[in-house]
Design a binder for this molecule. Sequence first.
Ligand code: CA
Length: 454
Amino acid sequence: MTRRTFLLTLCFSFGLLTMGQTNPFGNALVPDMIADASIVEIDGTFYCYATTDGYGRGLDTSGPPVVWKSRDFVNWSFEGTYFPQAYNEKYWAPSKAVNYRGRWYIYPTVNGYMYPAVADSPDGPFRLIKGNTFTVENRLWERDNVHAIDTEIFIDDDGTPYAFWGSRNVVRLKPDMATIDTMYQTIRTRRTEYSEGPIFFKRRGIYYYLYTIGGDERYEYYYQMSRTSPLGPWETPEHDLVCTTNIETGVFGPGHGCVFNVNGTDDYYLAFLEYGRWSTNRQTYVNRLEFNPDGTIRQVKVDLNGVGYLHKNAKPGQLKVVAATASSEAPDLRIRHNKDERCQRTEQFVPEFAIDGQNGSRWMAADSDNGATMMIDMGHTVKIGRSEIAFVRPTAGHAYKLEASRDGLKWDRIAIHALEKRSPHVDKIGKRYRYLRVSINEGVKGIWEWKVYK
Ligand code: CA
């Protein structure tokens, strides 16, 4: 090493250390922790139903059910819940919502059992089909008292509905969408270990069945296909792996998600959860899904980058934010591996992570900070149309105060908000300012992304 390269190396290392800005979680689909995503495009809007993660209590609970929506696949939002009946239940792995004979159906796993629910709109409010409480008789199907989870719903071109669920099961449904018209079948697969999170779709006359193996950072998807029916017979391609851990791109354990396509196109995508921060603190990512001419699936070299806009940008006019500072910063979180020692990383919580355009990185205040504030700087005075803040754990709600300033000394109050459950929190401003400052009064003291628009 020459003296010059030594100095360059030193500067580079020092830069990394002082900037402290390594984001191991890339650009997640939405600015929140969600798993088991089911995505469908309805009338030009993408709907993402999922398990709400980030409540940090493992499999004992979940966050409340919300549906994230986006017109362009980059800007996502939710307001309140689509399933108020289940707001305080353990709500997991909903199917997508499907339209059948004019009504909308969804199949969540609630308190460990799958239930059929119906609504007049994909926005809800959904309610149980057979009753008003989550009791035994409302369960859609179960076998030998073993909990059945992870419903995938599929309606064939002839209008026949099918339901798939964990442990490789499939049934045909009656037109009431809530009872079974054939006995269950168990799908035989090449891989025989425990499986959950089934994905089922049809493309160019071929039915695809994707099933998981493993879990944690060893989660992966395999598949088989049928040219005949949703009930088989099945053919298993020689190369049947859809996705697995990719150390190079930092994806650990791609698991329960979905496949969807953009209406009217042959563009297919795979959504998958990522092992994330252990336990039920996962985020969801999307990659392109591609096919060979013979209909087989090309293995997805999963990454954390996101796929960008799938429709025209629905929120143009974003202004550049040049700096972010905060009242405090949480200490680094070292995330150890579970079963694969290559899967270790450290999460940092610097203020800059709230303005980096990445949904996998966030600013978090220190636990002891009882007056958590963040300030952003536009670099010069500019007319600000509105502010949009995506707080951490938005399903639990936030109360906050927003102020604005031209010089950083004198502050105008823009708004004070009582606790609301939504993301992002939007404030209209309509005046010229250089700085914005938010004070978080209730809710988790952290921000995934703070965006400002003309
Ligand atoms: Ca971020």
